[in-house]
Design a protein around this ligand. Structure first.
Ligand code: LAC
Ligand code: ZN
Length: 470
């Protein structure tokens, strides 16, 4: 029996057991394979309704040597979900918020629940789930766990890793590791959940997560600031953190060009501060007392302004004004640069100014006339570098530009992926940010949990020449 026949038999068996809707094939499967990057041509898409079903469906394929690729909201940008020659697992039928407890400040969620749905469920109980991503309406909990997603409030609340207390996962051999611990402190040996957070499905498939919640923070103070040098941007970050005593939740930077594009047609947002400053910073502080917090926020900004670090400032006077400021970041588009390639990197704040000058010069020298725009979660040292392409630029050009950005980043001891992961696109560059010894530990873990290389194979780890397995 050939592989295709094998798959047909397995699909029929699964449908017989779990219902016709449990497996999609052919055009129905392909129709699901669209998202923010390439999701390939899956052999089939299975749709479990529970962890037990996930284990059974997964094993049906891995037993026969068929690889598995878990899918979340398909908003990944590095090809981590590409499922050509594999069976994809969709969690669209596992999207329930199972439990919220406001005393223990925890929430138990199935992998397919979107970030937005999880946040709204928490909010309805007076709680707060802090992960804030542009893709939150589609991105799923399983996806953001598997990619250790970041976003716009990492500075205060951490990346996804910091929101996870426990996980349930299915391994390549179909075994279920149910480690849905609800505890903040749990030093009882190796912290197994950490292996699966950010592993992009290469070690196992996340089916449920126990997440940490915070009480809802009713006060939000937001401002948009204009500054004239990167040194001021760096100083302001430290000054605000100091003066706001942990309340600073967002510190987002737009370089002048980015701000101009984000606030002029065809972008929807309009400029809130005039163009002309070198840097625009969106800041937000969250707390428990609107009046007192606002006073402290405004006093901090006024004091810093006296020192000349801030050139111009608008403080939002209403929710609506705050939303308009956020909209510049969320809805501003860089249409003028399209088509473009975007590279996600992180660096120490102290080297960013020099890095950006060097990078711009290198890109200009290699691709004269191309344009570079930058936007950054600067509180986290994270920059998204956006470089314009010509309409007829090939995949090779895209790759060469992205490689140049990563190269420059590595020379400044930065990370070639801050929050978007490695997937397929960056796997060959892993050694720019990780030592040989570190990569060998990763391979040892991979071999231990997935000896036959069936869990999202070919992602994250660079291929070993002449070897089929990781
Ligand atoms: C952002 C995503 C793309 O920062 O990381 O908008
Ligand atoms: Zn980002």
């Amino acid at each position: 029996m050939g592989e295709a026949d094998d798959i047909t038999v397995m699909v029929a068996a699964l449908r017989g057991k779990f219902g016709a809707a449990s497996v999609l094939t052919g055009e129905d499967a392909q129709a699901q394979a669209h998202g923010w990057s390439d999701f390939g041509t899956p052999l089939a898409v299975v749709r479990p309704r529970s962890t037990a079903e996930t284990a059974e469906m997964l094993l049906a394929f891995t037993e026969k040597g068929v690889p598995i690729v878990p899918w979340g909201g398909k908003t990944g940008l590095v090809g981590g979900g590409s499922a050509t020659g594999a069976v994809a697992i969709s969690f669209d039928r596992m999207a329930v918020v199972e439990m919220i407890d406001s005393v223990d400040r925890i929430m138990l969620v199935e992998a397919g629940c979107t970030v937005q749905a999880a946040s709204e469920a928490a909010e309805a109980k007076g709680m707060f789930f802090p992960l804030d991503l542009g893709s939150g309406g589609s991105a799923t909990i399983g996806g953001v766990v598997s990619t250790n997603a970041g976003g716009l409030r990492v500075l205060r609340f951490g990346m996804m890793r910091e929101q996870v207390l426990g996980l349930e996962v299915v391994l390549a051999d179909g075994s279920i590791v149910s480690a849905l611990h609800p505890l903040m402190k749990n030093n009882t040996g190796y912290d197994i959940k950490q292996l699966f957070i950010g592993a992009e499905g290469t070690l196992g498939v996340v089916t449920r997560a126990m997440l940490r919640l915070r009480p809802a923070l009713p006060s939000r103070s937001t401002a948009l600031l204009g500054l004239n040098s990167f040194a001021h941007v760096a100083t302001l970050l430290v000054e605000l953190e100091r003066r706001l005593g942990g309340m600073l939740s967002t510190y987002e930077l737009m370089w002048a060009e980015t701000y101009r594009m984000a606030t002029s047609p065809p972008s929807r947002p309009r400029p809130i501060l005039p163009n002309g400053y070198g840097y625009y910073v969106l800041v937000e502080a969250m707390g428990g007392d609107q009046d007192a917090d606002r006073e402290r926020f405004e006093a901090a900004l006024a004091e810093i302004m006296e020192s000349g670090i801030i050139a111009d400032a608008v403080v939002a006077q209403s929710e609506r004004e705050a939303d308009d400021m956020w909209s510049v970041r969320h809805d501003g588009e860089l249409t003028e640069l399209a088509p473009f390639v975007a590279v996600d990197v992180s660096l120490r704040v102290s080297v960013i100014a020099e890095y950006v000058d060097t990078l711009r010069a290198e890109i200009e020298a290699l691709w004269p006339g191309s344009r570079t725009a930058l936007v950054g979660h600067i509180g986290d040292g994270n920059i998204h570098v956006v470089v314009s392409l010509e309409k007829d630029d090939t995949a090779d050009r895209r790759k060469a530009i992205s490689e140049a950005v990563m190269n420059c980043t590595a020379r400044f001891q930065g990370s070639i992926s801050a929050e978007h992961g490695i997937g397929l696109d960056k796997r060959n560059y892993l050694s720019m940010s990780r030592s040989a010894a570190e990569i060998e530990v990763m391979r040892a873990i991979k071999r231990a949990l997935d000896p036959r290389n069936l869990m999202n194979p070919g992602k994250v780890l660079p291929p070993v020449p002449g070897k089929v397995c990781a």
